[in-house]
Design a protein around this ligand. Structure first.
Ligand SMILES: [Zn+2]
Length: 99
């Protein structure tokens, strides 16, 4: 496993501990991890290059896209049902033009 380099100065970084729930959540949802630079003191998120988390991220992305598709389809179906429900079914033509 190669060390991550600082995007500011190119120095070596080390893994920094996550602070708070938001960072922990972000870390668990993505493959990003907090790093701190030894040289300039920069602290931020870097994506770890190991395959395991990358595969996990891809899996999460697939799940999210499937969920979004499902939600959109459901909402569209509900919208259509609602729209069709308000209009009376099979409206006969009121024009009773008897010659
Ligand atoms: Zn640095």
């Amino acid at each position: 496993m190669s060390a991550m380099l600082c995007p500011h100065c190119g120095g070596t970084t080390h893994r920094s501990h996550t602070r708070g729930i938001k960072e922990k959540l972000f870390k668990s949802l993505t493959s990003h991890k907090t790093y701190r630079c030894r040289e300039c003191g920069w602290r931020g998120w870097l994506r770890s290059a190991d395959d395991q988390s990358f595969a996990r991220r891809n899996k999460i992305r697939t799940i999210i896209s499937v969920l979004i598709t499902l939600v959109v389809t459901t909402l569209l179906a509900l919208y259509l049902v609602d729209k069709l429900g308000t209009t009376p079914p099979s409206t006969p033509l009121n024009q009773q033009s008897t010659p």
